[in-house]
Write a protein that binds this ligand. Structure first.
Ligand code: ADP
Ligand code: MG
Length: 342
């Protein structure tokens, strides 16, 4: 028997490999595998469904992740996928596999975070599953949302000439994680040391430990009469998400370094770590902001909206995916970030 290591396919190659043999048989399946959420016909409105799994030691580390924050974030990452479809989240299910290391009190903390997210976003916890694991905690959350069919936004609708926009600011969650990892290392080397996170920690740690989902943007689009031509949430970094949009839409893109929003705290922290802030924005994940494209006719509608930044333009596929730096150079963007040496 042949044995192929899953690493040879990569995450997205593996998903393709496993799912490409499945045909959709139901006329109610409007969109299956391949976007931030599936789309299911449901009368006047369509239903969107998204699932994510978080595994202890891979996605979170109890050395610095409070249980309540973990519960909150586990919900947020799923609500963010619903927002990426320009839909409103309404229900979640939560499934957990846990080892006997966890007490009822610990799980109460975790569920307090889930509850806080449900209250903050007005979503209902409607089910789940509870089972045991040999080691550690595994969390799977499914989110269900709705939107009128003509407002739902896929990854695949970007057209040449569309503006590329980003909400909020990028790189902060990644820098927050770097701070936590640095102080974890200090602690492991010398348990008597008090953590010193530095002056930018309050905002950056909040970005990492307690992200928010941009449901407010879904409301803004509805209020302003805008339907983005494509959209994705930024869970893996701007570069990777831009590649998903370009691939699904069959286009290229040019990003202006000066148009990518990075907070002051993130800029200063990046410099302290000797990192290039734009690299943190392109390659650092977990900001859960939205990357979307709009038809240029909507430019005036979004130009003055708070917390939305025009970061670039969609170009022909042959023109590739590129970064125009502040220094005036053009670099190829790769899914991992951008290549300094071109
Ligand atoms: P996101 O980062 O937005 O959560 P993913 O990259 O995890 O999305 O998934 C991409 C697409 O592949 C989604 O449509 C998702 O539902 C689907 N998918 C991921 N893993 C599997 C799997 N094991 N079986 C079927 N579909 C999957
Ligand atoms: Mg997503």
């Amino acid at each position: 028997m042949e044995r192929t290591d899953v690493n040879t396919l990569g995450e997205f190659g593996l998903i393709d490999h496993l799912t490409s043999g499945f045909a959709n048989r139901q006329s109610t399946t409007v969109l299956g595998v391949g976007d931030d959420a599936a789309i299911i016909a449901g009368g006047d409105e369509q239903i969107v469904v998204s699932t994510d799994m978080l595994v202890e030691g891979i996605h979170f580390d109890f050395t610095y992740t409070p249980l309540k924050h973990l519960g909150y974030k586990a919900v947020i990452v799923n609500l963010s996928d619903i927002c990426a479809m320009n839909a409103r989240p309404q229900q979640i299910t939560v499934s957990i596999a846990l080892s006997n290391r966890f007490s009822v009190e610990a799980l109460d903390e975790f569920y307090a975070g889930i509850k806080a997210a449900c209250e903050q976003y007005g979503v209902d916890l409607v089910g789940g599953d509870t089972t045991s694991s040999n080691r550690g905690l595994i969390i799977s959350v499914t989110a269900i949302g709705r939107a009128p069919a003509d407002r739902i936004t896929r990854r695949s609708g970007a057209k040449v000439g569309d503006l590329v926009c980003v909400t909020g600011s990028l790189g902060g969650a990644y820098l927050g994680l770097q701070l936590l990892e640095r102080e974890k290392q200090v602690f492991l080397d010398n348990p008597d040391m008090q953590p010193d996170m530095g002056e930018y920690a309050p905002t950056l740690l909040a970005r990492q430990l307690r992200p928010e989902a941009r449901t407010d943007m879904v409301d803004t689009f509805a209020k302003e009469g805008i339907v983005p031509t494509s959209m994705i949430d930024i869970s893996d970094g701007l570069a990777s998400e831009l590649f998903h949009i370009c691939k699904a839409s069959g286009v290229g893109a040019i990003i202006e370094e000066s148009g990518v929003p990075i907070s002051n705290d993130a800029q200063l922290q990046a410099l302290e770590f000797n990192l290039d802030p734009i690299t943190c924005a392109l390659s650092g994940g977990e900001d859960y902001e939205l990357l979307f494209t709009i038809d240029p006719k909507d430019t005036e509608k979004i130009r003055f909206l708070p917390d939305i930044y025009i970061a670039g333009e969609i170009v022909a596929r042959e023109d590739g995916v590129k970064l125009h730096t502040k220094g005036g150079n053009i670099h190829e963007i790769t899914a991992q970030g951008w290549n300094h040496f071109e």
